[in-house]
Design a protein around this ligand. Structure first.
Ligand SMILES: [Fe+2]
Length: 399
């Protein structure tokens, strides 16, 4: 088996690697976050969360568990959606002034990205935006425990940290193996408090992660199975349960678990295979209009699938179609269209807007958005090369 794997990889002329944190998964797992933090040496852990999460029991539970184990947690809850670099500097100051030693992030993608940014700055110094790009982090980070309270971002398992650059009006992506949290504690029960609009946006973000990781030029045998499983789980879950069942009982419990698993699979796939044009085009829109990341992706996904379909291997596209629950016919072009239609329908079925204009995107901004998208790190792994004109066209088609 190992020999066959080596032959495949050497035939491709590259070697695959795969990073993932220690993963604890299941209903009731939340207190394990405190156990994990203590195991990593926490005496004065910084608990990162946001003002909305503070209205739920989850951050308080983690703080109480830490306290009961003898730690003195410090709570920093000033994280806003699409966190800005300046906020991360504030978090770093809190970490230093309070003498913290471990970071515990309890929240969605914005909270976990902010926590990673704080971990990066307190250990490597300087300004978080200086680390834009791949593998620019030199020194080890303090231990990070992630508790994702949405099924969406994959930030709890990924090598990515996405920060809003409010001067350039775009989002900046930092990629480093150092940014993979030490432990992720996924308790699907904590996802029951997510509002429906956020639930919809995070679900289509998961879908876009799986699809882009599968399309990626960096996809390989270690990531494909995770990508396809995430698409299958996500599509099936939205078909069976829609957005309903948030009370954690009956189908609600099944759905929460299924989407949490889809998010985890997608996160492991894209962390190691990177993403593509959907995310490259989403980041400038999120940075300029402060719009929901998942909503933007849900609008862009079908358009990018149609664009990329022309260069996709028909067998691979057929596998993606099957995972998404699409009947596979004999003509590759038709399969691409059916897959794109399926993703558009899934997004619309959970209330994602039908065009970017609904999120405030203006036609006169498209050339600037396209210029940022073309420079975005995620564009490098899109399977089909794109020009500035292609990106502008895709933005207009998605408007
Ligand atoms: Fe995403």
């Amino acid at each position: 088996m190992a020999r066959a794997y080596r032959e495949v990889m050497s035939a491709e002329g590259r070697v695959a690697k795969f990073h993932a944190p220690e993963i604890l998964f299941g209903f009731g797992a939340l207190p394990e976050a405190a156990t994990a933090a203590m195991g990593l040496g926490a005496r004065r852990p910084l608990v990162v969360t946001d003002p909305w999460l503070e209205l739920t029991p989850w951050p308080g539970t983690v703080v109480d568990e830490l306290t009961s184990r003898g730690a003195e947690p410090v709570v920093w809850s000033d994280v806003r959606p699409n966190p800005r670099a300046s906020q991360i500097l504030e978090g770093a100051q809190t970490y230093h002034s309070s003498g913290c030693d471990v970071i515990v992030a309890v929240g969605g993608g914005s909270v976990i990205d902010a926590a990673k940014g704080v971990a990066l700055v307190v250990s490597n110094g300087g300004h978080v935006l200086e680390y834009e790009g791949v593998d620019r982090v030199r020194l080890p980070l303090p231990p990070v425990v992630a508790v994702p309270t949405t099924a969406g971002s994959g930030a709890d398992v990924s090598q990515f940290c996405v920060v809003n650059d409010s001067d350039r009006l775009t989002k900046v992506t930092i990629v480093s193996r150092s940014l993979v949290p030490d432990v992720t504690v996924i308790d699907p029960g904590t996802h029951a408090t997510v509002p429906e609009d956020v639930r919809a946006a995070t679900a289509v973000d998961v879908l876009s992660h799986g699809v882009e990781a599968y399309f990626s030029r960096a996809a390989g045998p270690l990531t494909d199975s995770h990508a396809l499983r995430s698409v299958e789980l996500c599509a099936r879950s939205l078909d069976r349960f829609g957005l309903g069942g948030s009370n954690g009982g009956g189908h609600g419990r099944d759905r929460l678990e299924s989407m949490a698993l889809a998010s985890l699979e997608a996160g492991m796939a894209f962390s190691n295979a990177v993403l593509g044009a959907v995310h490259a085009m989403s980041h400038p829109v999120g940075g300029r209009y402060d719009a929901s990341h998942g909503q933007i992706n849900g609008i862009l996904l079908s358009h990018v699938v149609r664009h990329n379909g022309a260069v996709m291997d028909p067998d691979r596209m057929a596998d993606l179609a099957r995972a998404a629950g699409v009947a596979v016919g004999s003509r590759a072009g038709q399969v691409t269209d059916r897959v794109a239609d399926r993703f558009r329908d899934l997004a619309e079925s959970v209330g994602i807007p039908t065009g970017l204009t609904h999120l405030g995107v203006r036609g006169e901004d498209i050339p600037t958005l396209a210029a940022h998208a073309l420079r975005d790190l995620c564009m490098a792994t899109n399977p089909r090369p794109v020009t500035l004109e292609d990106v502008e066209r895709l933005y207009r088609e998605a408007s």
